[in-house]
Ligand binder design. Structure first.
Ligand SMILES: NC(=O)c1ccc[n+]([C@@H]2O[C@H](COP(=O)([O-])OP(=O)(O)OC[C@H]3O[C@@H](n4cnc5c(N)ncnc54)[C@H](OP(=O)(O)O)[C@@H]3O)[C@@H](O)[C@H]2O)c1
Length: 254
């Protein structure tokens, strides 16, 4: 499996305007990458590009627009004369909901952005990287995709689907010389989690999360997940039989 380096080409980060994505832009620029930054908010991307002159290419766009993502990848590679060697598909949306306040519009929005949008970015990337027999793609899912957690049904469903998608595609990508990584963060302090009123154990800052992601991308393992204090209990919960799982979570207060 190949680990992409700045010599191999550009890095592309979606969801680059805030939170984990913006911190990862700064981290990768610091490591010598030129980073293509995508999100819908062009102003924030322009500010990032201005903060890192010549090292950040602002490429605004909506990841749910599949033709626009295919065009963006083609345009960036043609205009820069460089290939996208590393892609971190990080853009995402979260809205808490349970059974009583189940919101179909918010449900479909999360499916569309987290799952559909990631697929829309994957399609042109995989096609190009497989043809070149090189490249590294990382999908940002979440530890929330390990098991169905209270009030996280819509979001968790999209993240569980992304985990399955990354695992499934890895079989073919391995054969084609393209590296697939799965990133499952625990809680990180970002605009996304600022709305949460529940406790967020072992909450990390974005620069810490970005450092851990960057370290993981350079290792040979498939999954990059942190912090271990949250991940290990969740991995254990993942293998519990349903009866024990529900009893334990109920006792923990749902
Ligand atoms: N924070 C956590 O605790 C945590 C934990 C586990 C996993 N994650 C995952 O990590 C990723 C980043 O989350 P974050 O916490 O950094 O959240 P965030 O600060 O809210 O960032 C989300 C990013 O996605 C972009 N985005 C949203 N919809 C988009 C669309 N349709 N097209 C293009 N870009 C879009 C946003 O920019 P625009 O609004 O300008 O488009 C923003 O740049 C997400 O996939 C999230 O699920 C986060």
């Amino acid at each position: 499996m190949s680990i992409a380096t700045p010599k191999d080409g550009l890095a592309w980060i979606t969801g680059a305007s805030t939170g984990i994505g913006a911190a990862l832009v700064a981290q990768l620029v610091g490591e010598g990458w030129t980073v293509v930054a995508t999100a819908r908010g062009a102003d924030k991307l322009e500010a990032l590009a201005a903060a890192h002159p010549g090292r950040v290419i602002a490429a605004p766009g909506d990841i749910t627009d599949a033709p626009a993502m295919a065009a963006l990848v083609a345009r960036v590679e043609a205009e820069s004369g460089r290939e996208i060697a590393l892609a971190v598909l990080n853009a995402g949306a979260w809205q808490e909901m349970g059974a009583a306040d189940f919101d179909l519009v918010a449900f479909h929005h999360q499916i569309e952005v987290n799952l559909g949008g990631t697929a829309a970015c994957l399609a042109p990337l995989m096609q190009r990287m497989m043809a070149r027999r090189s490249g590294q793609i990382a999908i940002v899912a979440s530890v929330a995709g390990y098991r169905g957690l209270p009030r996280g049904g819509a979001y968790g469903a999209t993240k569980a689907a992304l985990i399955a998608l990354a695992e499934s595609l890895k079989f073919d990508l391995d054969k084609a010389g393209v590296t697939m990584n799965l990133i499952n963060p625990g809680f990180v302090r970002t605009p996304m989690t600022a709305v949460n009123e529940f406790p967020m154990p072992f909450l990390l800052e974005t620069d810490d999360a970005a450092r851990r992601i960057s370290r993981g991308l350079k290792r040979s393992g498939f999954e990059i997940t942190f912090p271990w204090q949250l991940v290990w209990p969740l991995k254990l919960i993942q293998i519990l039989p349903a009866r024990l799982f529900f009893a334990l979570l109920r006792r923990a207060g749902g």
